[in-house]
Design a protein around this ligand. Sequence first.
Ligand code: TPP
Ligand code: MG
Length: 547
Amino acid sequence: MGQFLFEYLYRRGVRHSFGIPGDFALPTFKWLEKSNIQSVTVTHEPSAGFAADAYSRINGIGLVCVTYCVGGLNVLNAIAGAYAEKSPVVVVSGAPGRKDRETDPLLHHKVKTFETQRRIYDEVTVASTVLLDEQRAASEIVRCVEACLRHKRPVYIEVPHDMVDREIPVEGIPLGIPEKSDPHTLRAAINETLSLIRRAKKPVILAGVELARYRTAGLVVRMAERMNIPIAADLLSKSAVPESHRLYLGVYGGAMSSDEHVRKYVESADLVLMLGTFITDMSMGFYTAKLDRHRTVLATTERVSVQYHRYDSIQFREFLESLVNTKIKRKHFRHPNPQAEPIPLKKIERTKALSMVDVFRILSLHLDERCCVVADIGDAIFGAVGIRSSRQPQFIAPAYYMSMGFAVPAGIGVSLASKRLRPYVLVGDGAFQMTGTEISTMVRLGLDPIIIVLNNDGYGTMRRICEGAFNEITQWNYGKICDLVGGGHSVTVTTNGEFDAALDQAQKSERVFVLEVKIPRGEVSKQLAQIAEEVRKRRGTRNFRKS
Ligand SMILES: Cc1ncc(C[n+]2csc(CCOP(=O)(O)OP(=O)(O)O)c2C)c(N)n1
Ligand SMILES: [Mg+2]
């Protein structure tokens, strides 16, 4: 069973596994060790989930291996995030044996019943199984892994410790047949969409995150080029389409847009083609986005809606392919801001104390196509909306589920998923205190992420919305983490010039590089200032600060 499990995962693209063993999982870990998949032990299970999530976003599938309940439930929050943001992670959990389950003993790690962990996981996965039957084990493994790949969402495979060494039949396992659209429904949806596009004077494409997950961004870019329609992204899909493309406008998200011109363009468009877009409060700038249904087409893997009509049984890729292959007169389009490049740092600015706005501007000047910006929650993610470079850096962030602690472990996932990419991890001091210990895993594996700790002395985002002693955290000596973990290099910077020079130094270094950026309390990015204002207005209680 163990051999088949990991051979099948390998065949479907898994090359690394993230996790921590335990007695119920040890026999499974032995099979993992014998397989071609590299097992990466992390410091704490949440990190395994975040690392596997980021890995899956780049690699197309990822794996977490943990032990029963203490491990499985530790990683649950990260897997919930992967579910919410459509990231295909397989969770393999060791478990009590089939024999143990015949009576109902109070076995260690058991919560309520033997079914507890599986039932909890049903809420955050698209398929789950407990491998208690040799005859069905192989087809159950195939069913779950294929569901993970098809739906781009997590699945759960529970492996009882006394089952994993058993011989199982593996012949004649049926593989899923790819689903097809109903041709009449597809034609009707396409015709209605095309008539809207033909009539539109100022259409715009809002490229969504599914274009990255289903590798369909190329189709949409081709369609945009043929019809000459500009493209905006949202925070979750940032970098899914090349940001240097002549049709690319920037990140749209209502009050959280990257620039005012993007917001104006999208909100004054007479047709918004939302392709693969998740409509979430965050990507829509806390509901400040103005996208009424009468001027939108929304197509995702889950549904296609054209204005007020909804079409079922349509495959997303087929819908996009049909649109690309239709001839349409090119639209008139003049870019409202073709020079969206960051402004180079002037000599007189070098001694100036760093502001959040300048952190993102200076960072943008250093990024190219070999970089992957990984942003944690806090001003790291809000400020990152404004990162722009013609040299196409990648961008990954939990921009909808918004769980703190994502970015440092995600840096491991990115490094292992792609040798070409160097992670630039942006993380607040608060989020760093959650999972920053993963730097030790990076050092052990010889990885070289650049970790930028935005140290504003506490929970800056929360402070901006509501002041209180609950936003205080301990000031750590962040640079000393390299001494603690016995590797890497660190510097602390406070001015524009120091930050710029430290980024140069980090780029040349081949080790983990921790860059502590000291930012005065209360100093925030343009996007956080706007979004905090919106949250305050909407939740407006008298406890909330006015400015
Ligand atoms: C796991 C988790 N716990 C709590 C929160 C709520 N939260 C959002 S931002 C934030 C503060 C983040 O602080 P820090 O990492 O220092 O970033 P800053 O806001 O200061 O830029 C908190 C507590 C969250 N999003 N995720
Ligand atoms: Mg902070």
